[in-house]
Design a protein around this ligand. Structure first.
Ligand code: TMP
Length: 217
């Protein structure tokens, strides 16, 4: 099973992915947590190009292709082998982020992005996507607190430096995708405290696993 986490900057994905891994392990599932960009060592190098604040002149199409390159490497060497071994793969961001950031927010053609995904990644789609939703003002305030307290995060702040309007487009894009695919997406209220967010996620996971096992689990 392939689960993805999505959300704006500061939506709490990093905290929640750890809670998800603990929940899955306690439920007896073999799980692998990973992320995009940067889920492989080559992806880590691509990530530093993509997120470095000095790279503000990166052309939108080059940005798109770097995310796709990271994803191809990640799918082939990490995600597909883990799924084939029967693991639950939980990934911090995936293709929906490309549609939302490069399509809805950056303005690249969304159908072209979808075609590229089919071409490069065989259209690989998650089984479940958890969307951690909150107001961009609140998310950005959290993200900047983290950047200001840790120099490592400064080197990855290219997207946080985007204007509020960009982040509002990202949020609206995610909500639009969730509305179009309500069976795959679960919208989680990420404005609550971390424990309350975890509780919502656990309810979704429980229901999802029960449904998949025909209600006998
Ligand atoms: P994160 O690891 O903190 O989520 O940062 C990754 C950044 O990259 C985040 O700002 C969203 C952005 N991103 C895209 O623009 N397109 C993509 O396809 C992905 C996976 C991430």
């Amino acid at each position: 099973m392939f689960i993805t986490l999505e959300g704006i900057e500061g939506s709490g994905k990093t905290t929640q992915i750890q809670a998800i891994a603990r929940w899955l392990t306690a439920a007896g599932r073999d799980c692998l947590t990973t992320r995009e960009p940067g889920g492989t060592s080559i992806g880590g190098q691509i990530r530093s190009v993509l997120l470095h604040p000095d790279n503000s002149d990166l052309a939108p199409a080059a940005e798109l292709l770097l995310y796709v390159a990271d994803r191809v490497q990640h799918l082939e060497t990490v995600v597909r082998p883990a799924l084939a071994a029967g693991k639950v793969v939980v990934c911090d961001r995936y293709f929906d982020a490309t549609l939302v950031y490069q399509g809805y927010a950056r303005g690249l053609d969304k159908d072209m992005i979808r075609r590229l995904h089919h071409l490069a990644c065989k259209g690989m789609t998650p089984d479940l996507t958890l969307l951690l939703d909150l107001e961009p003002e609140a998310g950005l305030a959290r993200a900047w607190r983290r950047i200001d307290s840790d120099t490592a995060h400064v080197m990855e702040s290219r997207f946080e430096k985007e204007k509020l309007l960009f982040h509002q487009r990202v949020r609206a894009g995610y909500l639009d995708l969730a509305r179009r695919e309500p069976r795959r997406f679960a919208i989680i209220d990420a404005a609550l405290d971390p424990q309350a967010v975890t509780a919502q996620i656990e309810t979704v996971l429980k229901a999802n696993f029960q449904q998949r096992s025909g209600g006998t689990d």
